[in-house]
Design a protein around this ligand. Structure first.
Ligand code: PGA
Ligand code: ZN
Length: 425
């Protein structure tokens, strides 16, 4: 089926600045609409989010340039093309851009079109997006093995003011259960965490991912203690039903060989930071750790990987690997990670995202598909991708509409697959 029309425009993203939504129409009348998110603590190796940098609009955060790239250049190149040839569609845009990081047309422009085309094609074929992706890319995954929630419940770093140096503390469902039961367990624990924080005189105001952002918290370790207490109060067993995941987003507190923990007024070498983390791995049921070191500190990643392995903890690359096959291959060669975070907008097309997941699969690495911290939308493509590539977890904040839309999409897929007992339907 051929592409008839492509049209993009600005919509509002969760952080109060614009992002791009794109509508693609095919000759048979099928329509695909997609909007793209962006991060707050984006890695330097990510595809470029093309902004106008025109101070008279949105403090420079407008996306009108990226949008005219879609409506003019990309539309001219793609109208009349076969929409079901997703790889070819993506390659045409990559060639038209001509830069290694999509700086010319904008990763935000290219991804909006890439996803909208996939959505229109799925619509035209009369199948769900995840199934369309499984078929188109022959991913070989069984959609019935659905991902589990990895839910950010305390956020700091660049995601909230005056709180932890680490960016994310997550409750991760580690019991074999349905998605809807896992979501319930995690959210019951999130509400218990609110009580624990209040009892300790912290506010339960939330940060930009809908997680608690307790200003004045005494140390980077304190959230772990509160989370264990919350798991217990909710009636679950830490390390069995629910475990803990951390994302330090360490590039944000790294400078010239030093890791600066502002909250604790300490500056550590990579070696010292690794020892600091190791004390936590010994004490707490931590199932995954992510970006615990800076995005180019390769040698130290390999050292941390050995320690994490010894504690049965998966080490996830995010800013390190940016959903990019070359950086993933380097991480595999250096044995720097055992898992990779997947964010479509880090690389900028559906095809490249799925290729990255397939490379991870080939080498036995786990994938975790993730939301973005800064500008999210109600678009749920990340969930369909997670299902199509067999991600073990989805990382998403616990509240706010743009976050819960992801859990609700995953639960809808579960219901449609007939995987929940009838009384929950
Ligand atoms: P970001 O952070 O989307 O704000 O970059 C999320 C993450 O680091 O996982
Ligand atoms: Zn991260």
């Amino acid at each position: 089926m051929k592409i008839k029309n492509i049209h993009a425009y600005e919509i509002l993203a969760s952080g109060g600045y614009p992002t791009i939504e794109c509508r693609v129409e095919l000759n048979d009348g099928s329509v695909g609409v997609a909007s793209v998110p962006y991060g707050v603590s984006a890695g330097i190796h990510e595809a470029i989010v093309l902004l106008d940098h025109d101070a008279s609009r949105w403090d420079g955060h407008g996306m009108s340039q990226a949008i005219s790239n879609i409506n003019d250049k990309i539309a001219t190149a793609l109208v009349g093309q076969d929409a079901s040839a997703q790889r070819q569609i993506d390659q045409i845009m990559i060639n038209l851009d001509g830069t290694p990081n999509k700086a010319e047309l904008g990763g935000n422009a290219i991804l909006a079109v890439s996803v909208a085309v996939a959505r229109a094609s799925a619509e035209s074929a009369g199948i769900e997006l995840y199934q369309y992706l499984i078929d188109t890319f022959q991913t070989g995954f069984n959609p019935k093995e659905l991902p589990r929630p990895m839910t950010v419940v305390i956020e700091g770093g660049k995601h909230a003011d005056h709180t932890t140096d680490l960016q994310e503390y997550c409750l991760t469902a580690t019991r074999d259960s349905t998605v809807s039961e896992n979501v319930r367990m995690i959210m019951e624990t999130y509400h218990q965490l609110a009580s624990v924080l209040k009892e300790n005189n912290f506010s339960v105001n939330v940060g930009n991912e809908g997680a608690f952002a307790p200003s004045g918290i005494p140390s980077n370790e304190a959230p772990l203690v509160y989370m264990l207490e919350a798991i217990k109060r909710a009636g679950y067993v830490a390390g069995q039903d629910i475990s803990i995941s951390l994302d330090a987003a360490a590039s944000e507190f790294y400078e010239l060989g030093t890791y600066n923990l502002k909250l604790e007024n300490r500056s550590l070498t990579a070696g010292e930071l690794i020892s600091y983390y190791e004390t936590w791995l010994k004490k707490y049921p931590i199932v995954t750790i992510e970006d615990m070191l800076a995005e180019d500190d390769w040698d130290n990643w390999s050292k941390l990987k050995i320690i994490a392995y010894g504690h049965h903890t998966d080490l996830i690359g995010d800013d390190l690997t940016v959903t990019n096959v070359e950086r993933l291959q380097k991480a595999i060669d250096l044995q720097a990670i055992s898992a990779i975070l997947i964010k479509l907008n880090q690389v900028g097309t559906i095809s490249e995202t799925i290729d990255c997941c397939l490379l991870a699969k080939k080498h036995g690495l786990m994938t975790v598909t993730s939301h973005r911290g800064g500008g999210e939308t109600n678009d749920t493509t990340m969930i369909d991708v997670a299902v199509a590539v067999g991600s073990r977890y989805i990382k998403v904040g616990p509240t706010r509409g743009e976050r819960v839309s992801k859990y609700n999409r995953l639960m809808a897929i579960e219901r449609a697959l007939g995987l929940v007992p009838p009384r929950y339907n």
